[in-house]
Design a protein around this ligand. Sequence first.
Ligand code: SF4
Length: 152
Amino acid sequence: MKMSKSPWLLHYDGSSCNGCDIEVLAATTPVYDVERFGVVNTGNPKHADIFLITGGVNDQNKEVVKQLYDQMPDPKVVVAIGICACDGGIFKECYNILGGADKVIPVDIYVPGCAARPEAIIDGVVKAVALLDQKREQMKAAESAEGGAEHD
Ligand code: SF4
């Protein structure tokens, strides 16, 4: 896989039962070693390129999810980890659950499962890395097209 730079991950637990979060942590530890694909875990959304979110969205966390997303620089990729983050999952019928992460932010990649397995999470991250590179290329092309238009 060709990468122009090492993408940084931001992991946020929406309202998960922590099952998917344990698997995200497992994916980032040496046993599964997602870092072999050049990604690095960060706690700062301003440094992050890939947003890994677990759990459903509710009235209490929807603003937090939006703020984290908005603080990430463009281009960025969102990966919903586990069926709760995909569509609310087993908590979907709860009075306070609005649904999956895509109720408040655009989600690019869905990794279902309850819990999502580390192998599936790694697969989602690898797809996110490829998509991030694509988005970067598209941004560059749009910027140079704009620059060219200004000089016409
Ligand atoms: S998908 Fe399953 S393991 Fe993951 S947060 Fe939801 S209930 Fe927990």
